[in-house]
Ligand binder design. Sequence first.
Ligand code: CUA
Length: 184
Amino acid sequence: MAIFSPEKRIWWKQPIHGLELGWIIVVFLWGLFMFFFMIAWHFIGDQNLSTETYRIAPDKFVERVEEFAEEFQAMDENGEPIEEEGVPVVRPAAGGDVYLLARLWEFWPIIELKKGESYRFHLSSADWQHGFSLQPTNINISVHPGYEHVLSLTPTESGVFGIVCNEYCGIGHHTMTGRIRVVE
Ligand code: CUA
């Protein structure tokens, strides 16, 4: 911000310096390169997933996730529901639909998938904007209330994968985590 008015009031009509113009061109071309590389990276880097996106009322999505969790609740050998820190572990049918809810401040429920099987993965938020970041892979999806992202997912490695929220969503943002287990 200038304290004094510019000496030449019509500064925007001054001829542009060659070096400055050179930099503007470089930056513009770099911007274009970065833009198209985003698209290229989808193909050559297996990144920037293509998701189908549908409108859905947040309450409706919550209902679906709850129905899904009830239907596929994992049970132990005594027929008791398996939970981790009060969050149900859900074992969806191989090849079926999987629902994951982001809300203040958790990803719900914990999902157990089978390695090598393909799933249709549905993701949405019950309240605010959250970020789905799957660790340690580099999969990032913005999660918005009112929009349901659907992606095809085939786990290729077994183990426990952490989910962290990477969009600031309030006081509990740093505690907003979840889990996907992949079993052989
Ligand atoms: Cu949810 Cu940050």
